[in-house]
Design a protein around this ligand. Structure first.
Ligand code: F6R
Length: 371
């Protein structure tokens, strides 16, 4: 049932190209228009939205954070993202023109379900993104877009995360197409890049041994904490990389917005502290690239050992970081579909080197149906 892999997590990491392709399949027509008929929201419903609120927990929350950057850029609709457990106990400002997107792999997460009910009480329209057909969250939503990751057995989410991103991008691009269209050219270019992503993930997965070697090296120094830094969509990827490492290897890992380093976290850096930097493409938004290079210099000056996840051919990063992990070129907003993958592999290998059960980490359950 593990299909020749030693663990479900490894199997699921390697199923990601297929899972993303499956999630996109049939949802983009021959004219490059996104068709989400199954969602059963009319174009007018999508046009009426003036605010988006994303609610989710854990890894699904990280998918939501990435989506905020995409939705606001492509559609200019204000978008907030909040942990379900926080949202459900406060008074968020919502009304019938608010679209609430509830992201839940299992469709059964109690806090997300309660947050969804809280949103519906205030007349917001709820669209859920879930991997589990017929589960409670989709059943209670006004609309649903299913991811097609297939069953995810490992407790740590991998392929579900990537398919959540794919589904969220579809929703964002769909909103942009319907609501016309400041960035029409960009939207169609991004859409063709999205369709090309599964092949890029395949290519990336073919070359994971260097990532595993780095993980084994870091595993010899587990007295260390591991820090992850990123900016823009690289920030939620940093959070996700740190979460994977905490849950699988039980070592202290933290993700930070790189711009926050000076406001506190940089004092965690000591001689040899591993810092994993998610570096944006040097093309396009090169300002962000410059900024993260400065952050790499700052942490290196305090003794950090920097592993940079960067775009292939990024020679500047190669000069500054101690090690680089290269990912195929991609538009900035779609990069998390690629940059998250080596971090999954890194966490899995590091935890394996420490002899942990990566499919079934201690204290965790696959579906969190209690608060
Ligand atoms: C981490 C992980 C969890 C889940 C979270 C939400 O690897 O799997 O953080 O993402 O419990 O679960 P769902 O998406 O089922 O609501």
């Amino acid at each position: 049932e593990k299909g020749g892999w030693d663990t479900f997590m490894r199997k699921e990491i390697n199923e990601q190209p297929q899972a993303v392709a499956d999630t996109l399949r049939g949802r983009i027509d021959g004219n490059g228009q996104i068709v989400l008929d199954e969602v059963r929201m009319s174009d007018q419903d999508f046009r009426d939205i003036d605010k988006v609120f994303i609610i989710a927990c854990g890894t699904s929350y990280h998918a939501g954070l990435v989506t905020k950057y995409a939705i606001e850029h492509w559609t200019r609709i204000p978008c907030e993202v909040e942990l379900s457990s926080e949202f459900r106990y406060r008074d968020p400002v919502l009304d019938r023109s608010t679209l609430v997107i509830a992201i839940s792999q299992s469709g059964e997460t109690m806090d997300t379900l309660m947050a969804l009910r809280h949103a519906k009480d205030q007349k917001a329209r709820v669209l859920s993104i879930s991997n589990t057909v017929g589960s409670t969250i989709p059943r209670e939503s006004d609309a649903v877009l299913y991811t097609r990751a297939g069953i995810e057995v490992a407790v740590a989410s991998t392929k579900a995360f990537l398919t959540q991103l794919a589904a969220c991008y579809l929703v964002g691009l769909h909103l942009a197409q319907i609501r016309g269209i400041k960035y029409a050219d960009e939207v169609s270019a991004v859409l063709s890049e999205l369709v090309a992503t599964p092949d890029k993930i395949t290519k990336l997965l073919q070359d994971m041994e260097p990532v595993r070697a780095l993980a084994r090296e870091v595993a010899t120094r587990t007295e260390q904490r591991v820090l992850f830094i990123g900016r823009h969509v690289g920030y939620p990827v940093a959070l996700e990389g740190a979460l994977k490492l905490k849950e699988l290897a039980y070592i202290h890992a933290e993700g930070f917005a790189a711009g926050e380093l000076k406001h506190g976290p940089i004092s965690l850096i000591d001689d040899g502290t591993p810092v994993i930097a998610i570096v944006p493409s040097p093309r396009g938004r090169s300002l962000l690239h410059d900024k993260i290079i400065s952050n790499i210099q700052e942490v290196k000056a305090r003794g950090a050992k920097v592993i940079a996840v960067c775009e292939e051919g990024d020679d500047i990063t190669r000069v500054h970081a101690d090690h680089v992990i290269e990912t195929p070129a991609s538009p900035t907003l779609l990069a998390p579909l690629l940059t998250a993958v080596p971090l999954q592999e890194f966490a899995a290998e590091l935890a394996t080197a420490l002899d942990k059960d990566i499919d079934q980490p201690r204290n965790l359950a696959k579906s969190v149906t209690v608060e």
